[in-house]
Design a protein around this ligand. Structure first.
Ligand code: DGL
Length: 272
């Protein structure tokens, strides 16, 4: 495997760009191929079998693009499909749940952790399992926030409707006095300022993307896969694919990544 081969990163939509952005910051000389499965979004209400099927198809596609490792930049797919994918594919694959769980367990002081995520991630109980593995004494308060992903995908990031929804979703967690809140869906860091406003300055907001990028960096070094070549233009370093609505994706991706993302290629999922 070539050390300058790209990293494959995928999500149901633009959420995984918050992970890609963190990889770009922490390991800027790694190339990235990103896939947003926009036609099948949201993943958060789908069954395990479907998420496994989508993940399998996308990882095979990324493999055909010559990636040397894959980051499942989606909490839902990390919670429901990571173990299966690691068994099926012969390359390093990491998810975002374990790094986020570790960070939260290390951060909490009062032992009360709030977890906001999709319905499927909450129901899987995977975050709680990992957190308890690090710190058996903590309590995890989970809250599914199904409306936040569509609001983010619609670009309604600084909108009163979004604020109102966040306010409602977080009310119970505020009452429980959690001191740490995991943004357990890769779309949510885009709403960070709203969470901050609603929860107040004292609560620690955990973005699993940060730890995930760090874990990827360590993994690439351990496996002798790190790229030692110079950083190039974004148009050469990063490629983006979606399964639908390429123009809409492009517009949001440019605001999140703050550079010209170039052409977004549409892939037909029936051919994956
Ligand atoms: N961004 C994804 C996650 O982290 C999935 C959101 C969705 O498609 O429901 O869970």
């Amino acid at each position: 495997m070539n050390n300058d081969a790209p990293i494959g990163v995928f999500d149901s939509g633009i959420g995984g760009l918050t992970v890609a952005r963190e990889i770009m910051r922490q390991i800027p000389n790694e190339r990235i191929v990103y896939f947003g499965d926009t036609i099948r979004l949201p993943y958060g209400s789908k069954s395990k079998d479907n998420i496994i099927m989508c993940s399998r198809q996308i990882i095979s596609f990324l493999q055909s693009q010559g990636v040397k490792a894959v980051v499942i930049a989606c909490n839902t797919a990390s919670a429901l499909a990571l173990e299966e994918m690691k068994q099926e594919f012969d390359m390093p694959i990491i998810g975002v749940v374990q790094p986020g769980a570790k960070m939260a367990a290390e951060t909490t002081i009062n032992g009360k952790i709030g977890l906001i995520a999709t319905d499927s991630t909450i129901k899987s109980g995977v975050y709680e399992r990992y957190i308890k593995g690090y710190r058996p004494d903590v309590t995890v308060y989970g809250k599914a926030c199904p409306l936040l992903v569509p609001l983010v995908e619609e670009g309604m990031i600084h909108d009163t409707v979004t604020y109102e929804m966040v306010n409602r979703y977080l009310a119970d967690l505020k009452d429980e006095k959690v001191d740490t809140l995991i943004m357990g869906c890769t779309h949510y860091p885009l709403l960070r300022s709203t969470f901050r406003q609603v929860m107040g300055e004292e609560v620690n907001l955990v973005n699993p993307a940060y730890e995930t990028a760090l874990e990827l960096k360590n993994l690439l070094e351990q496996e002798n896969l790190a790229n030692i070549k110079e950083v190039d233009e974004p148009s050469i370093m990063y490629r983006f694919y979606v399964s639908d609505a390429a123009e809409k994706f492009k517009k949001l991706a440019q605001t999140i990544l703050e550079f010209d993302v170039g052409m977004i290629k549409k892939i037909n999922v029936d051919e994956l």
